[in-house]
Design a protein around this ligand. Sequence first.
Ligand SMILES: Cc1ncc(COP(=O)(O)O)c(C=O)c1O
Length: 439
Amino acid sequence: MNADELQQLDQNLNWHPCAQMKDYETFKPLVIKSAYDSYIELSNGKKIIDAISSWWCKSLGHNHPLLKKAVLEQIEKFEHVLFAHTTHDTIVQLAQKLTSLSPNLNKVFYAGDGSSAVEIALKMSLHARVLQNQPHRSQFIALKNSYHGETSGALSVSDLTLYKQPYASMLFTPIFIEPAYVDNLDDPLWNDASAHWLKTEKILEQYANTTTAIIIEPIVQGAAGMKIYSADFLSRLASWAKHHAIHIIADEIMTGLGRTGKMLASEYAHIEADFVCLSKGLTSGWLPFSVVLTNDAIYQLFYDDYDRGKAFLHSHTYSGNALGASLALATLTIIETDNLCARARELQTILYAHMKEIADKTHLLHKVRAIGAIVAADFVWGHNEKFNQLLAQRAVEMGALIRPIGNTLYWLPPLNISLQTLVDLKDITLQTLENFKHQ
Ligand SMILES: Cc1ncc(COP(=O)(O)O)c(C=O)c1O
């Protein structure tokens, strides 16, 4: 089948994620031939840079040989057996690695995607209150501009109305508080958000006895447009939560596993959450696979004779899938051996310099900000979705997959992207923007 036929059939049959399908009439879906390293190769032979790691998951790029080896070795043993009352070498080794990320997070629960992991953390927190005979603690607190996924619990604790408004009648209502946003990591607010905190604390006081958990995307809010907020704010919020025996749920689905230059972005605020959700980069985007890490205190609340009715009876068919586990284990090993947290911190400076150069040359971007292997800047005219789509289309023609979110242009490349590819990405982005100016 040639590319035109494929695109036509695709349009007849498929409904793509996060899209107004009518837009596919003018910007046809890219027909993929292969993908390797930081590149996606199209059916016409064109190579494009995956500047957003395929929705933030391809931390080690495409087709990493060691990941291929790991999954093939697992396939030779078995591909999937239910994880209820079974175990195996791969998943135990993975659990050892995951529980070494943080001092007290020593229990791992498995799911299939990020949204499901968020649902699990919300349910575990609420269920723990039932088991503790604290049914009055049923309120959730979340951050303004948050995004935690698409299932109803995850959507409820998300603040981006674009994604949730039509479903309001099936969602619950958390309290939303505003984090102290910073321009960059050298913003004084990064280390001292005391004034902002005083205002926040006043709002929070009234919910101190009725809240079960505060859910956060630590330090960076991805879907909001790579908004970075103060480490001091997060640290104060977590101390307040601890003081009032409120759980912290850290949604590290985008920020975790090296992306921000730390294994967990929570480390910037020196906090340890009660629940940590990981997905996306956990298998370097090879398979849908997610986990919720929690501590022994939570686990013990559920641990009793079956007829006491305390078990956490949450199940997903593919919970603990062996192929996903083999990929996660290999990914964590590579992040460690290739020292990719340090690499992400190096990229921070390089990505910032490249994006700043584009902002300075075009005058179309401002508020350049970077943390680890994430860099973003805002369009000076605000949000224009038609422009965003046109820019994405033109960037592909020039050789890069870029998808602005709202008023934000960003790169979130594989952690092991080469420096030359980053220079190419800068040139392509610059040229794409310059072309708009000259139209
Ligand atoms: C912070 C965060 N949480 C949760 C999710 C949802 O993950 P998934 O798309 O795998 O359900 C996302 C996805 O972008 C995310 O960025």
